[in-house]
Design a binder for this molecule. Structure first.
Ligand code: HEC
Ligand code: HEC
Length: 344
């Protein structure tokens, strides 16, 4: 505990000294980190959040779909990064009636219950049978309560007897994880894009990106904030189905994946998926909601001209992608720019 208080003090000293990146965490962030990295959240103690959202791969997974705790089942979607999503608002409709915010590719962690989509998201994986596979909340909290490292810190952060009401404890567990995901260790803003050292090719790519991609992957700075390369809206970009997933009997992929429309039961939203952040995107291959695209170049090239691919869902297709008219060299310049979004 003492160590954490000291760490917190050091963290603020470093901030005061003007350093951009400090990996030292506050108590609640440190608690979240312990839980995020703990295999106690999975039935057979085989996986933690970090298994599928690892710091070495931009807090995302390197397979098209992730293997679950049982070692056989896989989910039906590609794991996005767990970094930079803490700034997404709750799922809501904007003035134009378009959906914005929420968590997961289809927005189903709306944030309405905990007033925080990121915390609400964290309550899903432990209980998901094709992910961490725990039977119920009580079992999860029992394990946390009996862990000699996590339990005392949990008490320090959330007060005496924090495990008595398991549902309250599970909400707090999720809030702690979200604090860690929002911390400077995960949501770093330490890329070359942030520090301003781009070479000539990357600068060309930046210009092309800014013209063609920012209607969705927004570079707006709100009140001096760093850009997040998403406006948190939902779009059907026309990504094709991933046949390899459909052919795999252990995969939860169900064709067609209707995305936001499937969650809302609203055909007008069919085929729409949340616009992902592009921070650390060079580390997070394969790409798109079903991991169809192996490389960043293939993905960007698809955004440019669709490459004749048939969309998984033909309804509600966006006209803002697929006919951008970029040359192959321009696509390569954009990929170079995207490389500059990798955190140090
Ligand atoms: C077995 C692999 C696996 C494990 C374990 C796992 N995740 Fe995920 N995660 C995924 C996949 C796949 C998705 C996308 C699912 C979807 O959108 O339907 C996802 C989505 C997310 C998102 C949403 C990001 C966004 O932009 O919408 C966050 C945040 C996240 N996970 C954090 C966590 C946390 C925290 C844990 C631990 C409590 C965790 N994950 C455990 C695979 C995993
Ligand atoms: C009309 C909105 C829109 C525009 C314009 C757009 N994108 Fe996207 N982008 C999306 C959506 C939506 C997805 C996710 C699609 C899916 O998985 O079904 C996506 C996915 C991506 C991905 C994959 C990210 C990941 O983690 O899997 C990359 C890379 C990407 N876009 C780059 C670009 C670039 C570069 C441009 C400009 C040349 C661009 N996009 C233009 C909406 C857009």
């Amino acid at each position: 505990m003492k160590r954490n208080l000291v760490s917190a003090a050091v963290f603020f000293l470093i901030l005061a000294a003007g350093s951009v990146f400090a990996a030292t965490l506050t108590n609640v962030e440190q608690l979240g980190k312990l839980i995020y990295e703990s295999t106690l959240l999975s039935l057979r103690n085989t996986q933690s959040c970090a298994t599928c959202h690892n710091s070495t791969t931009g807090f995302a997974d390197i397979t098209a779909v992730s293997l679950g705790d049982d070692g056989v089942s896989t989910g039906g979607r590609n794991a996005p990064t767990a970094a930079y999503c803490g700034l997404s608002p709750m799922l809501h409709r904007d003035k134009a009636g378009e959906y914005v915010g929420g968590m997961f590719w289809d927005g189903r962690a709306t944030g309405k219950r905990l007033h925080d989509p990121l915390a609400e998201q964290a309550q899903g994986p432990p209980l998901n049978p094709v992910e961490m596979n725990m039977p119920d909340v009580q079992t999860i909290i029992d394990r946390i309560e009996n862990d000699p490292e996590i339990a005392p810190l949990f008490t320090a952060v959330y007060g005496a007897n924090p495990f008595t009401d398991v549902n309250v404890a599970y909400d707090n567990l999720a809030r702690a994880i979200a604090s860690y995901e929002r911390s400077a260790e995960v949501t770093r803003f330490t890329s070359r894009f942030d520090t301003g050292a781009l070479n000539a090719q990357e600068l060309r790519g930046r210009k092309l990106f800014s013209k063609n991609c920012t209607p969705c992957h927004s570079m707006a700075r709100r009140g001096g904030d760093h850009p997040l390369f998403t406006n948190y809206k939902y779009v059907n970009a026309g990504v094709p189905k991933n046949q390899a997933l459909e052919d795999d009997p252990n995969c939860a992929y169900q064709y067609p994946d209707l995305g936001l429309g499937g969650f809302l039961g609203d055909p007008a939203q069919n085929g729409k998926f949340k616009i992902p952040t592009l921070r650390n995107v060079a580390l997070t291959a394969p790409y798109s909601h079903n991991g169809y695209f192996e490389t960043l170049k293939e993905m960007v090239s698809f955004m440019n001209n669709k490459n004749g691919l048939t969309p998984e869902v033909a309804d509600n297709l966006s006209t803002a992608v697929g006919n951008l008219g970029l040359t192959d060299n321009q696509v390569i310049d954009i990929v170079a720019f995207l490389d500059s979004l990798t955190d140090m």
